[in-house]
Design a protein. Structure first.
Length: 160
Protein backbone atom coordinates (compact mmCIF):
# COMPACT_ATOMS: atom_id res chain seq x y z
CA UNK A 1 0.00 0.00 0.00
CA UNK A 2 1.46 3.36 -0.98
CA UNK A 3 0.67 6.28 1.30
CA UNK A 4 -1.00 8.96 -0.80
CA UNK A 5 -0.61 11.51 1.97
CA UNK A 6 1.51 11.79 5.07
CA UNK A 7 0.14 10.25 8.24
CA UNK A 8 1.02 11.61 11.69
CA UNK A 9 0.41 10.22 15.18
CA UNK A 10 1.29 11.91 18.48
CA UNK A 11 2.02 9.54 21.35
CA UNK A 12 1.05 10.18 24.99
CA UNK A 13 4.31 12.07 25.58
CA UNK A 14 3.55 14.36 22.64
CA UNK A 15 6.25 12.85 20.42
CA UNK A 16 5.40 13.11 16.74
CA UNK A 17 5.50 9.96 14.62
CA UNK A 18 5.12 10.75 10.91
CA UNK A 19 4.99 8.44 7.90
CA UNK A 20 5.56 10.48 4.72
CA UNK A 21 3.47 10.39 1.58
CA UNK A 22 4.85 8.00 -1.00
CA UNK A 23 6.18 5.44 1.47
CA UNK A 24 5.26 1.84 0.70
CA UNK A 25 3.58 0.09 3.61
CA UNK A 26 3.75 -3.68 3.23
CA UNK A 27 2.72 -4.97 6.64
CA UNK A 28 6.07 -6.74 7.00
CA UNK A 29 6.62 -5.49 10.54
CA UNK A 30 3.88 -7.90 11.63
CA UNK A 31 4.81 -11.51 10.89
CA UNK A 32 2.58 -12.62 8.03
CA UNK A 33 1.59 -15.88 9.72
CA UNK A 34 -0.07 -13.81 12.45
CA UNK A 35 -2.33 -12.03 9.97
CA UNK A 36 -4.71 -15.01 10.20
CA UNK A 37 -5.06 -14.31 13.92
CA UNK A 38 -4.83 -10.52 14.17
CA UNK A 39 -6.13 -9.51 10.75
CA UNK A 40 -4.25 -7.94 7.89
CA UNK A 41 -2.62 -4.59 8.69
CA UNK A 42 -4.27 -2.73 5.80
CA UNK A 43 -7.77 -2.47 7.20
CA UNK A 44 -9.70 -2.38 10.40
CA UNK A 45 -9.13 -0.39 13.54
CA UNK A 46 -5.39 -1.02 13.78
CA UNK A 47 -4.51 0.13 10.25
CA UNK A 48 -3.21 3.54 11.37
CA UNK A 49 -1.04 1.90 14.03
CA UNK A 50 0.39 -0.48 11.45
CA UNK A 51 1.25 2.43 9.11
CA UNK A 52 3.36 4.14 11.77
CA UNK A 53 4.87 0.83 12.91
CA UNK A 54 5.77 -0.28 9.39
CA UNK A 55 7.38 3.03 8.49
CA UNK A 56 9.55 3.22 11.60
CA UNK A 57 10.53 -0.45 11.29
CA UNK A 58 11.63 0.28 7.72
CA UNK A 59 13.71 3.38 8.49
CA UNK A 60 15.03 2.32 11.92
CA UNK A 61 15.55 5.91 13.13
CA UNK A 62 13.95 5.35 16.53
CA UNK A 63 14.68 2.55 19.00
CA UNK A 64 12.95 -0.72 18.18
CA UNK A 65 11.32 -0.84 21.63
CA UNK A 66 9.80 2.64 21.19
CA UNK A 67 8.68 1.73 17.67
CA UNK A 68 6.89 -1.38 18.91
CA UNK A 69 5.41 0.54 21.87
CA UNK A 70 3.92 3.24 19.64
CA UNK A 71 2.16 0.43 17.80
CA UNK A 72 0.34 -0.40 21.06
CA UNK A 73 -0.38 3.25 21.87
CA UNK A 74 -1.73 3.97 18.38
CA UNK A 75 -3.97 0.89 18.53
CA UNK A 76 -5.51 2.06 21.82
CA UNK A 77 -5.97 5.55 20.34
CA UNK A 78 -7.78 3.98 17.34
CA UNK A 79 -10.23 2.12 19.56
CA UNK A 80 -8.68 -1.36 19.58
CA UNK A 81 -9.54 -3.11 22.85
CA UNK A 82 -6.79 -3.37 25.47
CA UNK A 83 -6.84 -7.16 25.22
CA UNK A 84 -6.46 -7.19 21.44
CA UNK A 85 -3.81 -4.45 21.57
CA UNK A 86 -1.85 -6.38 24.24
CA UNK A 87 -1.86 -9.54 22.12
CA UNK A 88 -0.74 -7.73 18.95
CA UNK A 89 1.88 -5.78 20.87
CA UNK A 90 3.21 -9.01 22.38
CA UNK A 91 3.54 -10.51 18.89
CA UNK A 92 5.51 -7.59 17.42
CA UNK A 93 7.57 -7.11 20.59
CA UNK A 94 8.67 -10.75 20.53
CA UNK A 95 8.66 -11.60 16.83
CA UNK A 96 8.96 -8.23 15.08
CA UNK A 97 12.20 -6.68 13.82
CA UNK A 98 14.97 -5.41 16.09
CA UNK A 99 17.90 -3.14 15.30
CA UNK A 100 20.79 -1.42 17.01
CA UNK A 101 20.01 2.03 18.37
CA UNK A 102 21.51 4.93 16.50
CA UNK A 103 22.74 7.85 18.56
CA UNK A 104 21.16 11.24 18.05
CA UNK A 105 23.10 14.48 17.57
CA UNK A 106 23.80 14.99 21.28
CA UNK A 107 24.85 11.37 21.69
CA UNK A 108 27.13 11.67 18.64
CA UNK A 109 28.87 14.66 20.21
CA UNK A 110 29.38 12.91 23.53
CA UNK A 111 30.11 9.43 22.17
CA UNK A 112 33.80 10.26 21.87
CA UNK A 113 33.97 10.07 25.66
CA UNK A 114 31.60 7.20 26.33
CA UNK A 115 31.48 3.54 25.41
CA UNK A 116 29.29 2.47 22.51
CA UNK A 117 25.74 1.42 23.36
CA UNK A 118 25.12 -2.29 23.75
CA UNK A 119 23.70 -4.14 20.76
CA UNK A 120 19.99 -4.97 20.82
CA UNK A 121 19.05 -8.22 22.49
CA UNK A 122 18.90 -11.05 20.02
CA UNK A 123 15.48 -12.04 18.78
CA UNK A 124 14.11 -15.30 20.13
CA UNK A 125 15.18 -18.44 18.27
CA UNK A 126 13.28 -19.01 15.03
CA UNK A 127 9.94 -20.70 15.42
CA UNK A 128 7.74 -22.51 12.98
CA UNK A 129 4.75 -20.53 11.78
CA UNK A 130 2.47 -22.89 13.69
CA UNK A 131 4.39 -22.44 16.95
CA UNK A 132 4.45 -18.64 16.55
CA UNK A 133 0.69 -18.66 16.02
CA UNK A 134 0.06 -20.96 19.01
CA UNK A 135 2.27 -18.86 21.30
CA UNK A 136 0.51 -15.66 20.26
CA UNK A 137 -2.91 -17.19 20.93
CA UNK A 138 -1.69 -18.40 24.33
CA UNK A 139 -0.13 -15.00 25.11
CA UNK A 140 -3.47 -13.34 24.41
CA UNK A 141 -5.14 -15.70 26.91
CA UNK A 142 -2.46 -15.10 29.55
CA UNK A 143 -2.25 -11.33 29.08
CA UNK A 144 -5.90 -10.35 29.01
CA UNK A 145 -5.90 -6.55 29.20
CA UNK A 146 -2.35 -6.36 30.57
CA UNK A 147 -0.34 -3.15 30.58
CA UNK A 148 2.37 -2.63 27.96
CA UNK A 149 4.99 -3.11 30.69
CA UNK A 150 3.53 -6.52 31.52
CA UNK A 151 3.51 -7.41 27.82
CA UNK A 152 7.20 -6.50 27.56
CA UNK A 153 8.02 -8.80 30.48
CA UNK A 154 6.29 -11.87 29.04
CA UNK A 155 8.71 -13.91 26.93
CA UNK A 156 7.69 -16.71 24.56
CA UNK A 157 9.08 -19.27 27.03
CA UNK A 158 6.67 -17.91 29.66
CA UNK A 159 3.62 -18.99 27.63
CA UNK A 160 4.83 -22.36 26.40
Amino acid sequence: MKLVRAFTFYDAAGKRWRAPAGHMIDGASIPRVLWTLVGDPFGGPYRDASIIHDYYCDVEVRPWRATHRVFYDAMIHSGVSRGEAAQKYWAVYNFGPRWAERPGLFENLTSIFSPPPPPPPPPPPPLSDEEMLQLTVRAGQVLGEASPETVEGLAPDDVR
